[in-house]
Design a protein around this ligand. Structure first.
Ligand code: ZN
Length: 177
């Protein structure tokens, strides 16, 4: 069993690096990294995590959508490893919603994202997958993809007034349902 990897936080330069392409998905190191990420996201009860967040600067993230208080209709999906992901196309419409990040504790931001995106990635068995994602899952994908480019959600908010504390978020946003 792997020990739980610690999640690095804003200020660690790895979060600002462009992550490297994965040449060999079957590499034991990569397969172990996938398992480690799946364990980490489950422990944190998160909906996504990118490899750079555990200090492994590879183009790999996990999307693990599940229904939650704010998104009761979020699709329930098994934690899915997406390797060398790409956004092939996107709609013109952007929607704003609140995001948080395991690497940016205590802060929430109102972030514009494309509502619908067409994506591809290699799965952990080495097969190329193409999908159209919308709404919450599209948002998770774009948030995690940004991590591979050295960006965090703070870079995407339109102004500082769209940043609030976790405590205020819990009180006002969650409180209003
Ligand atoms: Zn994040």
């Amino acid at each position: 069993m792997n020990e739980l990897a610690s999640i690095i936080q804003l200020g660690n330069p790895i979060l600002r690096q462009k992550a490297v392409f994965i040449e060999n998905v079957q590499d034991e190191k990569i397969q172990n990294l996938i398992d480690e990420l799946i364990t980490s996201v489950a422990q944190a009860n998160g909906v996504g995590i990118a490899a750079p967040q555990i200090a492994a600067s590879y183009r790999l993230f996990i999307v693990a959508s599940h229904p939650n208080k704010r998104y009761p209709h979020a699709p329930e999906m098994p934690p899915t490893a997406m390797i060398n992901p790409q956004i092939l196309a996107h709609c013109s419409e952007m929607v704003k919603d609140w995001e948080g990040c395991l690497s940016v504790p205590g802060i929430r931001g109102l972030v514009p994202r494309y509502q619908t995106i067409e994506i591809e990635y290699t799965d952990r068995n080495g097969n190329l997958q193409k999908q159209e994602l919308t709404d919450f899952v599209a948002r998770i994908f774009q948030h995690e993809y940004d991590h591979l480019e050295g960006l965090v959600f703070l870079d995407r908010v339109e102004n500082n007034q769209d940043l609030i504390s976790e405590e205020e978020y819990q009180k006002s946003v969650m409180g209003n349902g």
